[in-house]
Design a protein around this ligand. Structure first.
Ligand code: SAJ
Length: 419
């Protein structure tokens, strides 16, 4: 299959780097997003997210006319759907963005097109997307109706790139390609091979869906183990960081790092898709989610004890005279992404939970963005001057360099083990 034009639906953390990378390999890429502001920013050569080197690539492909953004889908040889797949209040997957994307591209589909779902999805979502497309376009045939003879090929090719290293991992990681038929898989392989240097490994759509969920659940369960250890060690007065370093000297032990909880739109979400599909069977996966989700509450309780100790030592002070500085709001180091961030959760709940004043420091967000957070966001220097207690919530590289010295004589709760 030959591809000249590609349309990427959803220009977020995955869609935009993917669109830009394809464009940098010579494809004519049409990026589609419902957010007019994002579309305008991209068309002016800028980016609306933080990801190392992405600005340079986007600027170059927009300048050469290889990437153009719009809010209205246009015909193309292939379509990549990279929209969010959140969960609802009851932790059931919410496919409304995939449904909307399917309905938006259906009118411009043409015989011979390939449609790829990249969004992390519950098992069965690719078949569901194909069903929505078929419903909207009864004049075309789809793999669920015509198998290998279908007019439109459909595949699931989950993204697996690490935020902060997206451009490198997009090219180097192996790619799981799950076509609804072998022909669909081959079509998708020939598209990704335009830039993927890793191996493109073929399977079916359901296995590809489950594979992505499995990878993130594996990590979630392992982080839960580290988080549980940190709570046990606190109780037993053992330094968990030292403990993990020691245990990891065993040739078959590799424990991950505890933190304030698990954030992001992936690891904190995807395991619930497995639980939703097999609620009685997915016991460990569900417990791990609960352990990780509980960690922010535990951090707040720890801060409460520190505040209590501080007031005991300073009888003239009352709780509202105490200022707690939350250092970091992003869900992990060196990014600006606050989605599902346990750090933001902790900072936002602290005043109500304990009664202290809270200031927050997040070097990776703009002043304008900070204004919308309903938090007193200050510079690190200002926080050092005014706060009584410091909680290290994110291990940003800058923090790793400066905090050990800056917090030397301060009351510190270090959820990341960097000071
Ligand atoms: N975390 C810890 N301790 C650790 C590692 C991570 O507390 O030892 C926390 C982080 O601070 C963060 C959360 O876990 O809050 C998730 O961070 P992460 O770096 O583990 O993963 P993500 O969410 O940035 O990206 C993951 C990756 N999946 C795996 O590594 C299996 C990435 O490859 C996926 O593409 C991405 O999810 C996704 O989009 O699904």
């Amino acid at each position: 299959m030959k591809f000249e034009t590609l349309s990427v639906i959803g220009l977020g953390y995955i869609g935009l780097p993917t669109a830009a990378t394809f464009a940098s390999r010579g494809l004519k890429v049409i990026g589609v997003d419902v957010n007019q502001q994002a579309v305008d920013t991209i068309n002016s050569g800028g980016i609306h997210i933080i990801e190392p080197d992405l600005d340079i690539v986007v600027q170059s492909v927009v300048q050469t006319g290889r990437l153009r953004a719009t809010t209205t889908p246009e015909p193309a040889d292939a379509f990549i759907v990279a929209v969010p797949t959140p969960f609802k209040d009851d932790k059931q997957p919410d496919l409304k963005y995939i449904e909307a994307a399917s309905k938006a591209i259906a009118p411009v589909l043409q015989k011979g097109n390939l449609v790829i779902l990249e969004s992390t999805s519950p098992v069965g979502a690719t078949e569901q997307m194909a069903a929505w497309l078929a419903e909207a376009r009864p004049d075309l045939t789809f793999p669920q109706q015509a198998g290998e003879d279908a007019d439109i090929c459909v595949a699931h090719c989950p993204e697996r790139v690490l935020p902060g290293k997206v451009l490198v991992e997009l090219v180097n990681n192996d790619r799981v390609i799950g076509g609804m038929t072998p022909k669909c898989s081959q079509a998708a392989v020939s598209l990704y091979k335009l830039f993927v240097q890793g191996e493109c490994v073929v399977t079916n759509a359901r296995t590809a869906e489950m594979c992505k969920l499995t990878e993130n659940s594996f990590r979630d369960v392992n982080i839960a183990f580290a988080n549980e250890l940190s709570i046990i060690c606190d109780k037993l007065d053992i330094n968990v960081w030292e403990l993990i370093k020691l245990a990891n000297r065993h040739p078959r032990v590799n424990i991950l790092q505890p933190g304030p909880g698990v954030g992001g739109h992936c690891i904190a979400v995807d395991p619930w898709f497995i639980v939703a599909s097999a609620p009685d069977e997915a016991k460990l996966i569900s417990t791990a989610r609960q352990v990780n989700d509980h960690k922010p509450e535990w951090v707040i309780e720890t801060v409460k004890s520190a505040v209590f100790d501080l007031l005991q030592a300073n009888p003239g002070k009352s709780v509202k005279d105490v200022t707690v500085a939350c250092l970091g709001l992003a869900f992990k180091a060196d990014i600006d992404d606050l989605r599902e961030s346990p750090s933001l959760d902790i900072a936002s709940k602290m005043t109500d939970a304990i009664g202290v004043a809270v200031v927050a420091v997040e070097p990776n967000i703009s002043a304008d963005f900070a204004l919308g957070l309903q938090l007193d966001v200050v510079s690190l220097d200002e926080a050092i001057d005014i706060a009584d207690i410091f909680i290290v919530l994110v291990d940003h590289s800058d923090f790793k360099r400066s905090l050990p010295e800056l917090l030397k004589d301060k009351v510190v709760i270090d959820t990341r083990g960097i000071v």
